[in-house]
Design a protein around this ligand. Structure first.
Ligand code: SIN
Ligand code: SIN
Ligand code: FE
Ligand code: FE
Length: 412
């Protein structure tokens, strides 16, 4: 006989813990992914998705499915989905946004015909997964603005059978969604400020676009996760690290704001003198984050300062005394003692690859985008020279997800 009072207390305790975890996250994407994980764990939901509102559309951000996950090798992720659809009453999540209410569908294959929404059975047909029940809830701010929709699927009973969400589950998820929405609002504010820094750098160097930095960030986090799983990094450390890395990666070239655009915008090869001036962007950017005010600042500084180091010690700027580095003085800014291999911070080794991968895959004024085959050959050949071989290995392992990220940006 289950002691209901006890399990309720445990549930509430679990929700409080989840909220604490969410409150410590600083990056929007990391938060969205974790929010879904936590919501599912509170009500033992087998699967779920999280959507964000973008203009008039709902855009899927993350999908999780324990049953499908079990069929994959350790550390692999289920295929990355990217699609968006118009916000209206015809879909369950669209209906949530329009009405502002939670929707609890007890059996998706028996939705009464008087409901405006239908269940889209296409994914079930494609994957062979059987969706039974769905709980969908809008992430609505106190000011009445809907940021997205949390959708969880198939709560499991003790035997692992998919059942429906009961009144308690509705209550828990309602409560959880309210505080998750606050956390989400906070991370959106942070993201907004970061994007303004990126735009400032973009005024000097137009290839520093918001899409470039967001892709670099998403690539870096995926590469890191794969690397960390292989190295047996603890989940706590992994969660902390990926959150800071996600933000730090977006800021890798923020120091361009301090470099003359007469050079950066030149549509031709740089002279060696011009290249030396450009190399200062690492140190200029790092100075923006020194002295540190947080662990995040520390990682941003690492990435900004060292994202052009190379594994074989032929990169720049090397070890720099950030306090003594003088603006405009090349010696103190770009000619540090060379760094190689593990001397280079992991975060910077990962961003180096993510950044080059995106730059080669993209069209620039002075070049067309490379074919994927050429890009992958270049990455492979640079293992042990420009890039950390372990990071390159993680990159190739997570390549299907990286392709999904590329496609999701091409779509918008
Ligand atoms: C850049 O960060 O975009 C330029 C780096 C370089 O050319 O060395
Ligand atoms: C970078 O973005 O830092 C690499 C250079 C490029 O974008 O072409
Ligand atoms: Fe750079
Ligand atoms: Fe870049």
């Amino acid at each position: 006989m289950i002691n209901h009072k006890n399990t309720r207390e445990q549930k509430l305790q679990r929700i409080i813990e989840s909220e604490k975890i969410l409150n410590e996250i600083q990056d929007v994407d990391v938060l969205l992914e974790r929010l879904l994980t936590e919501a599912r764990s509170i009500v033992h939901a087998d699967a779920g998705s999280i959507y964000v509102c973008e203009n008039e559309n709902l855009k899927i951000k993350y999908t999780q499915n324990d049953t499908q996950q079990r069929n994959l090798a350790l550390g692999q992720k289920i295929p990355y989905s990217y699609f968006s659809f118009p916000i209206n009453e015809k879909s369950i999540s669209g209906y949530c946004v329009v009405t502002g209410n939670l929707v609890n569908v007890k059996d998706v294959y028996a939705i009464p015909s008087d409901k405006p929404y239908k269940f889209n059975s296409q994914p079930d047909l494609l994957t062979g997964y059987k969706t039974h029940s769905i709980l969908s809830i809008p992430l609505r701010t106190a000011a009445g603005h809907t940021l997205g929709v949390l959708q969880i699927i198939n709560p499991l009973d003790e035997e692992g059978n998919a059942i429906s969400f009961d009144d308690d589950a509705e209550l828990y998820i309602k409560h959880f969604a309210a505080s998750a929405t606050q956390a989400l609002e906070r991370t959106y504010l942070t993201r907004g400020m970061i994007m303004r820094l990126v735009k400032m750098a973009g005024l000097r160097d137009p290839k520093e676009t918001s899409h470039h930095v967001q892709r670099v960030s998403r690539f870096a986090v995926e590469i890191y996760d794969t690397w960390a799983n292989k190295k047996g990094i603890s989940p706590e450390e992994q969660n902390r690290y990926r959150d800071s890395l996600s933000i730090a990666a977006m800021l890798h070239d923020c120091g361009k704001v301090g470099i003359s655009d007469a050079i950066l915008k030149k549509p031709a090869r740089f002279t060696p003198e011009e290249h030396d001036i450009i190399k200062m962007h690492c140190c200029v950017g790092a100075k923006l984050f020194y002295p540190y005010q947080s662990l995040l600042d520390e990682m941003v500084l690492e990435v900004v300062l060292h994202h052009h180091e190379k594994w074989d010690g032929t990169g720049y700027p090397g070890e720099i005394d950030i306090e003594k580095a003088n603006d405009g003085d090349l010696n103190s800014m770009i000619h540090g003692k060379p760094m190689q291999k593990e001397e280079i911070p992991l975060s910077a080794r990962i961003v180096a690859l993510a950044d080059v991968f995106d730059a080669l895959s993209s069209k620039r004024v002075y070049k067309e985008e490379w074919s994927e085959e050429d890009v992958l050959n270049e990455v492979q050949e640079s293992a042990g020279k420009h890039f950390d071989p372990d990071v390159v290995m993680a990159f190739f392992e997570v390549l299907p997800t990286l392709r999904g990220i590329q496609a999701s940006f091409a779509e918008v």
